[in-house]
Design a protein around this ligand. Structure first.
Ligand code: GAR
Length: 235
């Protein structure tokens, strides 16, 4: 199996990056991490990547006159890494249309909400304000519309009574770390492809593989969720 060379773009903490790097540590995983690029020199994720001996590069927006020029520099860095897939993992910058078009079908993003609900920022606060009982995260192909590309996989988590932004964010983040490696696997294997603005799935030998497309997490018995509280809301 030829593993797909995958570059990860980050801006901060890098916990999703770490989840992908850990998945790719398995030689049977269909993607290998070619390197990490950050627009922020102080991104904590850079240190994690260096500690794991991954090539890292910082491409600061301030060093370029326009978004397009910044994206071209990132694109050069991606070429240097021989990247075949780009995974945005908390990359907090909008990409220019030429960059998105060039990578269309080969660039994926994780968003902390069940799209198409709650595009943009502050997703957990807005989900709480809206009184959602279910929230989650989505991995999708990147298109020129922000947080709008074809969905590859989603994870749902309960919104618990008494949740605040921090507790809900932590539950979603845990689900993100499970979901992103599954979604990258599907793309690297060619089982999830973008065609005519939709995600097309193929090559599923076994119905059970559909489980890669969604996760309901945390599983009450496994992930330390308050079982009593769960029983109250799901009698
Ligand atoms: C994650 O929750 C990710 O879904 C979100 O930023 C966080 C990055 O955390 N991304 C977006 O909001 C993009 N619109 P991480 O750096 O620890 O992976």
């Amino acid at each position: 199996m030829k593993r797909k060379r995958t570059a990860i773009l980050i801006s901060g903490r890098g916990s999703n990056m770490t989840a992908l790097v850990e998945a790719a540590a398995d030689p049977d995983y269909p993607a290998e991490i070619a390197g990490v690029i950050s627009d922020q020199p102080n991104a904590a994720g850079l240190g994690i990547a260096v500690a794991r001996n991954l090539p890292v590069q910082v491409v600061r927006r301030e060093d370029f006159g326009s978004r397009e020029a910044h994206d071209e520099a990132i694109d050069d860095a991606l070429s240097g890494l021989g990247a075949e897939i780009v995974a945005l993992a908390g990359y907090m910058r909008l990409l220019s249309a030429p960059m998105v078009q060039k990578w269309q079908g080969r660039m994926i993003n994780i968003h902390p909400a069940l799209l198409p609900a709650f595009k943009g920022l502050d997703t957990h606060r807005r989900a709480l304000e809206a009184g959602q009982r279910i929230h989650g995260c989505t991995v999708h192909f990147v298109t020129t519309e922000v947080d709008d590309g074809p969905i590859i996989a989603q994870a749902a988590v309960p919104v618990m009574i008494g949740d605040d932004e921090a507790t809900l964010a932590a539950r979603v983040l845990k689900a993100e770390h499970q979901l992103y490696p599954l979604a990258l696997r599907l793309v690297a294997e060619g089982k999830a492809r973008m065609e005519n603005g939709r995600t097309v799935f193929s090559g599923f030998g076994d119905e059970r593989e559909n489980a890669g497309l969604f996760i309901v997490a945390p599983r009450p018995s496994r992930d330390g969720i308050d079982l009593e509280q769960l029983a109250r809301i799901t009698p």
